[in-house]
Ligand binder design. Sequence first.
Ligand code: F6R
Length: 237
Amino acid sequence: MVIHKTKSYRDMSKKAANIIAAQVILNPASVLGLATGSTPVGTYGLLAEYCENGDVDFSNVKTVNLDEYYGLDENNEQSYRYYMNKNLFRKINIDISNTHVPNGKAENIDDECRRYEQLISSLGGIDLQLLGIGHNGHIGFNEPDKVFPLKTHCVDLGESTINANSRFFKSIDEVPKKAITMGIGTIMKAKRIILLAGGEDKREILKKALFGPITPSVPASILQLHNNLTVITSIDF
Ligand code: F6R
């Protein structure tokens, strides 16, 4: 594990954007695993700038997102597809048909989970996976549990996640209670992982995840076992 402590959120975003840019420059047909949430917004903004300046070419890149709320379609402003289109895909020269997010409106959620897992395999797996961390230690929507779920699956969102994510909705009742997420196994198969954490409110959970026991009650703790993990954090811990 390599840990980069950065001076600020801006610095954290820049380091992450630089690593992703380097990945795409070295392998223009990279498969990028992407996250949503507040943390990577700055990283995506910088990648958009690099693309606009002609420094990075995304035309052959493919992306797979970690997760999506179940029940929201892509036109819903709270859906993760909407977020990705707005914060990154519409700002870079990627072919939108090469961008993949689980379908939150799929009729059969289990079929959708299987389809998504197969899709990732058919792309040859993920070259670089970007992650944030939830206050309860979740990665993707893999909530604290008794086991580490391996594959893409449907989850019932925990109370702390629903509360944390309610900031994006008009009321807490509008937050979907289910989501589709890559499994821990899907994430751990990525060749390289970048974990971003900013904000003092993440200090305790980040410490537990990186230095505490490896346990499904702190899903991110499994990352200690990944052989190419880079943590970029503006938290002084
Ligand atoms: C989002 C995701 C989540 C977030 C986590 C942190 O696709 O998979 O695990 O990374 O909830 O969210 P923020 O960055 O909003 O604190």
